[in-house]
Design a protein around this ligand. Sequence first.
Ligand SMILES: [Zn+2]
Length: 179
Amino acid sequence: MREVIIPNSIVQQLLTIDANKEQMGVLLPNENKSPIVYDKIMLRYDDHPDNDTCKLNDIVFDEVCFHTHPKVCYDIYKTDRGWPSIYDTKSFLEIDKIRVLLIISIEGIYLLVKKKRETSHLSNGVDTLYKTRFKKVGSDVLTIDKFLTEINEYFGDYARMYLVERKNASQGNFMISFM
Ligand SMILES: [Zn+2]
């Protein structure tokens, strides 16, 4: 297990990234500190000309990655739930290099953390799960709590997904342990 800290100053910056467009980047570690502190944000600007969001090839590959789900995403998909998209979850599971993914949303920070080395075998089943269980629109909608319970049941021991609500996220450091 690797233990790292994302200090509150970085969390605060993530929470206040420009809310009008989707942005992504990586956090960079200061390996000299123990435990390791991710104390630098590297933003990668992204020009979605077609406003289509969250595609696999948009993800910046590194150990700790993040992207935002700004208000515009909620409007496009007519939803009040900005949880990880099917593409987000699949790329997190498939891309070895990504060990932690933070998704900065209106409701808070979704935190996806790998607990085992190899998780790509879980990716295929994600399509079915999202298409049958996780509709964000229409009458068959899930609460965020139920979504998290179901996705974590599916992840088993291999990974974890959390939502740190905004009011809690702004309170302190993130301490994360991952494989
Ligand atoms: Zn996304």
